[in-house]
Design a protein around this ligand. Structure first.
Ligand SMILES: *Cc1c(COP(=O)(O)O)cnc(C)c1O
Length: 433
């Protein structure tokens, strides 16, 4: 399989190079040259397949010769060694819980698959791979946990001082080993700018390979399509999928699965008040803006990075996109109200992100009486206990494996914002020039 640069389709790369580069020239996103179509035999067997089995069969089309089959099998078995849970809510509604991984958010799927790929690639490279990540919270935790102990790979995470929750900070700073946390005395944007500069800097000699692990890496996108196959396999074909959207990677992965022949009926893009895409779907005018802070904070994105990929999957045809995807947005008050109502009615505790998807699905089902659907729960509610606690009158129970992040000894390197400080640090640690 080849991957082309969305901004310059003549530039292409194989899976391995697309993953290691992360982003193509001119900040262009990599896109698979063709979307594999799964055959009738696969779909007949789908209800009986476990997630790692689906991952190998679908994933092999994307990784091609760059990862041998037994290796891919091992990567998928190790990456997806935690449950995906589909629950029936009522006759028209299911919830797909994607928060049973080590950091209790769906980003574990992408991070763990990507780290498996990096581990394999690093084992064929003399040089050490250094992965740089800027995070405003959840991504860094998933990457840190996914890459912990991976041989030949160091991970350096930049996060803004004082702007992530205690639990999130501990997920970045208490692991140790090959994971280093840089606490930048600035904003998330400062962190991101520092990473970008480091990656685009011309280097005189390559003693290490510097790369990134941000959300636009194709090795994070592809595995996010696997659980949609699983969900439709379990629930049955012909359903609407409602996805809580921020950078629009997760819904783009659903569109990938759809194009591979999965029986999805329609997509719902549910957002918080960062409503650029719902507005775009309503008006045809795309007007990116600065992000606005909400209680569904992992979705506070004003200019979603994956939208170009989603458009491309609909052949850049606005009418086709509109026919396939509906947008809905919700403010913090309605998110809070919905969490409380659902808890009072059924005892089920939503997190703020899943609540947005749940409301998006309800809105669509109200307008389409014959439809049935699945909404996606992307994080465990206990990660947002300061929001959820007051709404349901108690602290949501925390999974045991998260509890250990409440203690643990924080270890970080404090750094001033500005590229030269990062460069100094890298130069010292890896004798980079
Ligand atoms: C990242 C994230 C999202 C948004 O996913 P995108 O792929 O960026 O659209 C939603 N919910 C949670 C909990 C997240 O961490």
């Amino acid at each position: 399989m080849r991957y082309y640069n969305l901004k310059d389709p003549k530039t292409t790369a194989g899976f391995r190079d697309a993953v290691i580069q992360g982003i193509s020239s001119g900040m262009g996103l990599f896109m698979p040259e063709r979307i594999p179509v799964m055959n009738a035999d696969f779909f007949r067997r789908l209800p009986g397949l476990a997630l790692p089995e689906i991952a190998v069969e679908v994933g092999a089309h994307y990784t091609g010769d760059d990862i041998p089959w037994p290796e891919l099998r091992r990567i998928c078995d190790e990456a997806f060694d935690f449950p995906v849970v589909l629950r029936k809510v009522d006759d028209r509604k299911h919830v797909l819980e994607l928060f049973h991984g080590p950091t209790a958010a769906f980003k574990d799927f992408g991070a763990r698959f990507m780290s498996g790929c990096f581990r394999y690639f690093a084992s064929h490279d003399e040089r050490k791979t250094v992965v740089l990540v800027a995070t405003s919270g959840d991504t860094g935790g998933a990457i840190a946990s996914g890459f912990l102990g991976v041989e030949g790979v160091d991970v350096i995470i930049l996060y803004p001082y004082g702007k992530v929750s205690r639990l999130q900070e501990n997920q970045l700073t208490t692991l140790g080993q090959n994971i280093t946390a840089l606490e930048v005395e600035g904003t998330f944007d400062d962190c991101q700018a520092m990473v970008k500069r480091a990656l685009t800097m011309p280097r005189r000699d390559d003693t290490v390979r510097l790369t990134s692990a941000n959300s636009i890496n194709i090795a994070r996108l592809i595995p996010q399509s696997f659980y949609y196959f699983y969900a439709i396999g379990q629930a049955g074909p012909g359903r609407v999928l409602s996805v809580p959207c921020g950078n629009f990677g997760n819904i783009t992965a659903a569109a990938l699965a759809w194009k591979s022949g999965l029986a999805i009926d329609h997509l719902v893009a549910a957002t918080n008040i960062n409503r650029v895409v719902p507005d775009y779907l309503a008006t045809g005018v795309y007007a990116p803006s600065a992000s606005i802070q909400t209680i569904a904070s992992a979705m506070d994105v004003g200019n979603p990075g994956n939208l170009d990929r989603l458009r491309q999957l609909f052949d850049n045809d606005f009418e086709a996109l509109k026919a396939g995807v509906s947008g809905y947005w919700f403010d913090d008050d309605s998110i809070r109200r919905h969490i409380r109502e659902v808890h009072d009615r059924s005892g089920y505790t939503l997190d703020p992100h899943g609540a947005v998807a749940s409301m998006g699905l309800d809105s669509y089902l109200d307008e389409h009486p014959g439809a049935t659907g699945i909404f996606v729960e992307t994080a465990h509610p206990s990660k947002f206990s300061d929001v959820i606690g007051p709404l349901i009158g108690k602290e949501p129970d925390m999974p045991e494996h998260l509890k250990r992040f409440l203690t643990g000894k924080k270890c970080s390197v404090v750094m001033k914002p500005g590229y030269r400080y990062l460069e100094e640090y890298l130069a010292e640690k890896y004798s980079l020039r």
